[in-house]
Design a protein around this ligand. Structure first.
Ligand SMILES: Nc1nc2c(c(=O)[nH]1)N[C@H]1C(S)=C(S)[C@@H](COP(=O)(O)O)O[C@H]1N2
Ligand SMILES: [Mo]
Length: 516
């Protein structure tokens, strides 16, 4: 026999569940970028201490969002069960807790830059639904209580409660299914993306501009070695967005503001009509650990940011551009990285297609030579020309460095850790990067012995990683191999082991394997 208190707890879960589902459905229809649950989650992510966020990224990798959402779901469920019990003990106590949820939801929605007035409908609706259902279920549970005390057995009252509760459960499951359907067909943006026709790059040569094509000899053809261009589906994804921002390209525009002679605003159509260029550029995340995979190379199509800044006219004294995303994320990029000769892009294309939604559709920044957290703003909506002394960006206010040049680095891809390889000439291969400086050479060593030069694949450009390969005769036994990159400015990859925070990991990737 299930105790009354359990029924009360279940009533709480049903009521809150219905409310949450109703709220998410309403939000999906009215303001898909800001739903009550995602708003609360995003607000929590923003106020989480940086250490916790770094820990989450390190432990869950790019699955951290799913893990986080699961934790949020567990927390909401526990609170909902408690609200049911409270309401059963004391009329209105549980409903007051639920109303509190509603207020928190509304505050979280208010904290999201993508919110509009209509975004508040969802948390209000969610709270109202939950309050009404909780009140009704607990009232009927009490009626059942009274009926059993009457000695009447309480059977009709019991039936009424169970009918009410199972009705609520059926509605919850049905609307829940509908809500996931809405989510997965989410959304209009997929259709809008499919409808985009990217223009061909205008500047093509001959000779083809450096970085636009993969030269002969770049790909060393070693099995197991990272491919020169990372397929978009495999490209690492790092951002603070719990729900991918939905940006209609027809509504998108980019404003240039701040220390400029004239403010400039361009639309997506304006951008596509400009002379676009295409370049292979390697992106790296500052959170990448030694040997990690938070780095990738894509062929980006876009318009040079320096052209846009030239239109606006940068005023003297400025030294930073604060780029802002529709979701509130900001990055502070040293001005010169956007105005010097490097191909910093306002990118619309990735590997021959419109940007994938997770990688910033419709428009993002790509800046060669800098870690993503100070430069690669996705879903970008505004550039403010400013000074490091006046403005700070998202991660710089959370303990990470203000400037983020990519550190010269390399990793061993072949052999894999714990691999067993045949004795004789053992192939060691990997990738090395020193964006915008260029890789000069890669050296490898086995068992801490002398460094030996590896063969370097022809670089695509200074802004991309290179493959390297070496063959080393080895006898049976356990061996470790390490690599180090040397860049064209004479910098040598650092050997001391340094953690990613605050400005990028350092150290040698070490792979242990067995020769048989
Ligand atoms: N809007 C937005 N843009 C962002 C971020 C973010 O959190 N939000 N993260 C940055 C970081 S830390 C990195 S490393 C790159 C990663 O780009 P990718 O996900 O396309 O690989 O995006 C950058 N752009
Ligand atoms: Mo990053």
């Amino acid at each position: 026999m299930i105790r009354r208190r359990t029924w009360a707890a279940l009533s709480g879960a049903l009521a809150v569940g219905l409310g949450v589902i109703g709220g998410e459905l309403a939000a999906a229809a009215l303001s898909p970028s800001v739903t009550p649950v995602s708003a609360v989650g995003s607000a929590v992510i923003d106020i989480l201490p940086p250490g916790v966020k770094d820990w989450a990224i390190a432990w869950f990798g790019t699955a951290d969002k799913t893990v986080f959402l699961a934790a949020v779901a567990v927390l909401i469920t526990v609170l909902a069960l408690a609200a049911g019990i409270l309401e059963y003990r004391r009329t209105f106590a549980g409903r007051a807790v639920v109303a509190g949820f509603g207020v928190i939801g509304a505050l979280a929605v208010a904290s999201r830059p993508q919110s509009s007035l209509v975004s508040f409908v969802a948390p209000v609706l969610a709270a109202l639904v939950a309050i009404l259902v909780l009140g009704a279920l607990v009232r009927s549970l009490r009626a059942w209580d009274r009926a059993s005390e009457d000695g009447a057995g309480g059977l009709p009252a019991r039936r009424r409660f169970l009918q009410g509760a199972s009705g609520a459960a059926v509605v919850a499951v049905a609307t829940g299914a509908a809500a996931t359907g809405v989510r997965s067909t989410q959304s209009a943006v997929a259709g809008q993306r499919a409808a985009v026709r990217l223009p061909a790059p205008t500047e093509t040569g001959p000779p083809p501009p450096v970085g636009s094509v993969i030269p002969a000899g770049a790909d060393l053809g070693v099995e197991g070695l990272t491919s020169l261009v990372t397929p978009s589906d495999d490209f690492y994804r790092i951002d603070t967005a719990l729900v991918v921002p939905v940006v209609d390209p027809a509504q998108w525009s980019l404003k240039v503001t701040g220390r400029v002679d004239r403010e400039v605003e361009i639309t997506f159509d304006d951008l596509l009509a400009l002379p676009l260029i295409e370049r292979h550029i390697t992106l790296a995340c500052v959170s990448n650990t030694v040997g990690g995979d938070l780095t990738g190379t894509a062929r980006w199509l876009g318009w040079p940011v320096r052209e846009l800044l030239a239109r606006a006219g940068v005023q003297p004294g400025a030294d930073m551009v604060l780029s802002r995303s529709v979701d509130g994320f900001t990055a502070g990029t040293p001005l010169e990285a956007l105005t010097d000769s490097r191909d910093s892009l306002l990118a619309v294309g990735m590997n021959g297609e419109p940007l994938p939604v997770e990688h910033g559709f419709p428009v993002r920044l790509v800046v060669p030579g800098l870690y993503g957290f100070v430069s690669a703003t996705k879903w970008v909506s505004e550039l403010t020309v400013t000074r490091f002394a006046d403005d700070r960006a998202y991660w710089s206010t959370r303990g990470w460095s203000e400037r983020g040049p990519v550190k010269t680095s390399s990793r061993v891809d072949v052999p894999r850790p714990s691999a067993r390889v045949a004795a004789g000439d053992v192939v060691v291969a990997g990738v090395a990067w020193a964006q915008h400086t260029g890789v000069e050479a890669v050296e490898v060593r086995v068992d801490g012995g002398p460094w030996q030069r590896a063969t370097l694949g022809t670089p695509i450009s200074a802004d991309t990683w290179c493959q390297y390969r070496a063959t080393i005769p080895l006898e049976a036994g356990t061996h470790t191999v390490q690599s180090r990159a040397v860049d064209r400015a004479g910098g040598v990859q650092s050997e001391a082991s340094v953690a990613p925070a605050p400005d990028g990991a350092e150290g040698l990737h070490t792979v242990t394997f067995t020769v048989t």
